[in-house]
Design a protein around this ligand. Structure first.
Ligand code: Z2T
Length: 839
């Protein structure tokens, strides 16, 4: 019953009906119909969530024709498909985005209003799928949006975590984690496809034998098997008929296992095994850029990668007699090393299961995968102890050893008698606890390797992956990150979008370079006034939200100085806090000082096990408590920590920013993408020469960017010359005062122990050079404060930031991947006329 039967009565829709029709009356009827027949509610009983669900199904119905036509078209033999493998997809809510991409936002708004409801309120009901930690997961979400918008055949493959990134509450100034029950009320955007579930093996041992025909064969006898069930979500492009698939895998216990145990009477044991299998996709690991080396995490990675590769092979064999040209149909992108187990897994599938010769399988594998690196932080580079690895994936360990043997044979020819080279390139780290280096595996198994900003790629070539660069320079390239203008401008900042489109038309939404046409209006007083008005409205809206969510009253005419991102020492939120304390001290010394009023807004989650990051949150909230309540400050400074920063809560943030804080230690932030969202929304950046800041400054012009801090080589040099933060502290009275206040308990009700770990790390190590950059940061902030007083000059800079940020569209990034890595072309999707978008 699992085979498609070719049932003749497929709904070939020939007339506009309640599931496709787009006129207002049809939409209203469809909405009411879904409320009654899907939610099972009358209007008098319905909750806001019921209304949201009814609307979501109404919209989903209107996607299905595009979705199925896209899927069908990609099955054709001559289409090359991008498979984006990522352990994280930080999608954010679907409804608003789908309305915009379908081009039916306005008429749905009218239909909902005429039904006596408020569209904004219904949109706000959606629980966002927070299936990612931060930049890496959000990048994957922007990229699948751009792939669809550019009509590129693509499948996103990942994990359907039952619990995504935790919800954050702030209690007594500390972060508290709450589990994210995003599936609680059901998910109208996904369709389960149990009929194409796959089997994944784990653990056990490997048998080697010679078969009857004399071939060496391998038999993996696992001690556990898990079912992978795909859940598909349509990803619609902007005003095109392409709707790609995001296929997320859920782990389930295979029924056979239950029955086995049940038959011998061990009912509880059977249920236990079921629970343990289903654990695999239970929860997202909440660590960004810090690996934990946990067995369950390795199982998650292997599980989704094996499911995905088996799925590709299944699709391929529907159209092809064998796997010889697999790499000509699929380009598989590894989003960091999390899916790099795909390299030995594809080898295993080809060699062990499809009986292909090793050499041919290796050819196919190394023409299939490409690898994106997202970090230079050593603690974020994945390594698995050989012991653990062998227990979970015994066959893959053998395959990795064989890949390594052949690889090192090649290295020996290139570098004769050079044991140091062998040791540094080997897939196995033999120093300390023997472990598998996943970045090395990804490099050896891929035909392309890229970094995510120019500086980052240069540092990869020079440091982290230097030996691989020397071996294969042609594999390396840069692909500077980008963000989707549909969500980050059109959806989140409708006021700005309308103003821009009135001036230059709306082609910028898909060709973001056209924002350059705004340059000519940068000095136009009337346009400046409109620009200021839009910004002011956005600041009003954020002010309202801050009041609702934190109780803090802020002044919407003050400068909104914003730092939102994961909390991490290298991102230096505590440097920002030191600036606040410095301004506070100036006001205390001179209460009548003419100081530019500022609202400091922070948002971001700390990894639950990262004590120092949690203490940074406590520091920010503690400083806020003092500053916000000191009458001498006279409301000229306000500090806000917005709890639970996520895609939904970020919506009001970027449009309202005057100043974007991008203050990581040079050489530590691979790219950053928040920096791009801010600049696109007309905020100015105060930033170091790190990650994509370098390119943002290049694009918008040095005169429209507030630069401070050591450069990457200067950081290195200072460290080599025995940088000592204690000396800086003693030599800088402003810094010393700020640190001493924290240390003597000024912000902690006299508690001198509370922030000691944070201060000790700064005074005795200062790994991220906070003190080295302190004075330059303060001086630069003073220039920012002065500049903000000149409204027209500031507005001009703001306009130029937007006008010159077109490069940072994810469409540009995806075009580069398509042309330079994947070798794929757009494939437009045909659709009957009456189901086309009426833009
Ligand atoms: C992450 O968000 C990033 C890198 C990681 O390295 C892990 C996570 Cl969860 C393993 C970020 C980078 O920090 C950021 O600079 C970059 O813009 C983003 O990935 C997307 O490339």
């Amino acid at each position: 019953n699992e085979e498609p039967q070719g049932f003749v009565c497929v709904p070939e829709i020939r007339v506009e009906d309640d599931r496709t029709g787009l006129d207002i009356e049809t939409l209203k009827r469809a909405f009411a119909d879904n409320l009654f027949y899907i939610q099972g509610k009358l209007g008098s009983m319905a909750t806001p969530n019921d209304y949201y669900m009814a609307l979501a199904y109404t919209v989903r119905d209107r996607l299905l024709q595009r979705w199925l036509n896209s899927a069908q078209t990609y099955l054709r033999g001559d289409v090359k498909v991008v498979c984006y493998l990522s352990a994280e997809f930080l999608l954010g809510p679907h409804l608003g985005n789908n309305l915009i991409n379908l081009g039916i936002y306005d008429r749905i708004e009218q239909a909902i209003t005429e039904s006596g409801l408020d569209l904004q309120e219904l949109i706000a009901q959606e629980e966002e799928p927070g299936l990612g930690n931060g930049g890496l997961g959000r990048l994957a979400a922007c990229y699948i949006d751009s792939l669809a918008s550019l009509e590129i055949p693509a499948i996103g493959y990942g994990i359907r975590y039952e619990f995504g990134i935790f919800d954050q509450e702030i209690q007594d100034g500390w972060q508290v984690e709450i589990t994210d029950k995003w599936l609680r009320y059901g998910n109208p955007w996904e369709i389960a496809r149990p009929e194409i579930a796959v089997e994944v093996k784990l653990g056990g041992y490997v048998d080697h034998y010679v078969d009857d025909a004399g071939n060496y064969r391998t038999h993996w006898i696992p001690d556990r098997e898990v079912h992978g069930v795909p859940y598909d979500t349509p990803i619609l492009g902007y005003r095109v008929n392409t709707a790609n698939t995001l296929r997320l895998w859920k782990a389930e216990a295979p029924e056979s296992f239950d029955f086995q145990a049940f038959n011998v009477g061990d009912y509880y044991g059977a249920v236990d095994a079921k629970i343990s299998s289903e654990n695999i996709t239970k929860v997202l690991y909440p660590n960004d850029e810090q690996v934990q080396g946990k067995r369950l995490r390795l199982e998650q990675q292997y599980f989704f990668v094996s499911c995905s590769l088996q799925d590709m092979i299944r699709l391929y064999l529907l159209e092809n007699p064998n796997l010889d040209n697999f790499h000509e149909t699929f380009a598989v992108q590894l989003n960091d090393t999390h899916p790099s187990i795909g390299v030995p897994e594809l080898m295993r599938l080809l060699v062990d299961e499809h009986h292909m010769a090793w050499e041919q399988a290796w050819q196919i594998t190394t023409h299939t995968f490409a690898y994106t690196n997202h970090t230079l932080l050593p603690e974020a580079l994945e390594k698995w102890s050989v012991q653990l690895f062998g227990r979970v994936l015994p066959r893959h360990l053998e395959i990795i050893y064989e890949i390594n043997r052949r690889f090192l044979d090649m290295v020996r020819i290139r570098y004769p008698d050079n044991d140091a080279k062998l040791a540094s390139l080997s897939l196995i780290d033999e120093l300390g606890k023997k472990s598998v280096r996943m970045a090395h595996l990804a490099c050896v198994g891929s035909y392309a390797i890229n970094g995510v900003a120019q500086l980052h790629t240069e540092l990869l070539k020079k440091d982290v992956l230097h030996d691989f660069y020397a071996l294969w320079p042609e594999k390396f390239s840069n692909k500077t990150n980008g963000v989707t203008p549909r969500r980050w401008v059109v959806q989140n900042n409708p006021g700005l979008s309308k103003l821009i489109s009135r001036k230059i038309g709306d082609r910028w939404i898909t060709h973001l370079d056209e924002l350059r046409k705004l340059e000519q209006f940068a000095d136009d007083p009337q346009f400046q006034a409109q620009w200021q008005q839009v910004k002011q409205n956005c600041k009003h809206q954020l002010t309202k939200q801050i009041k609702e969510r934190t109780g803090v009253v802020v002044d919407p005419t003050s400068m909104f100085d914003i730092q939102v991102k994961r909390i991490h020492e290298y991102k230096r939120q505590h440097l920002n806090a030191l600036h606040i304390i410095t301004l506070y001290n100036r006001l205390k010394e001179n209460p009548d000082l003419d100081l530019q009023p500022r609202t400091f807004i922070f948002g971001g989650k700390a990894a639950p096990g990262y004590f120092m990051a949690k203490l940074m949150i406590k520091l920010i909230t503690s400083v806020g408590e003092v500053v916000n309540n000191d009458p001498d400050v006279r409301d000229r400074l306000k500090v806000v920590f917005l709890p639970d920063y996520n895609v939904t809560n970020s919506q009001r943030v970027y449009p309202a920013a005057d100043l974007s804080e991008q203050i990581s230690t040079a050489g530590k932030e691979a790219s950053g993408t928040g920096n791009m969202k801010f600049s696109l929304n007309g905020a100015l950046t105060i930033g170091t020469l790190d990650g994509a800041n370098v390119e943002i400054r290049e694009e918008v012009g040095a005169e429209n960017f507030f630069l401070f801090g050591l450069t990457t080589p200067e950081v290195k040099e200072q460290k080599a010359n025995g940088y000592n933060s204690w000396d800086v502290y003693n030599a800088n009275p402003g810094l010393k005062k700020a640190i001493d206040m924290i240390s003597c308990g000024f912000f902690s009700h006299g508690d001198q122990q509370l922030f000691k770990p944070l201060l000790d790390s700064l005074l005795y190590d200062d790994k991220y050079m906070l003190f080295a950059d302190y004075q330059d940061y303060i001086d630069c902030q003073d220039r920012v404060g002065d500049a903000f007083k000149h409204k027209d000059a500031w507005t001009k800079m703001s306009i130029l930031n937007t006008a010159r940020s077109g490069k940072f569209s994810s469409d540009r990034a995806i075009r580069e991947y398509c042309q330079e890595i994947w070798q794929v072309e757009p494939v437009p999707i045909e659709l009957q006329e009456y189901v086309q978008a009426n833009a």
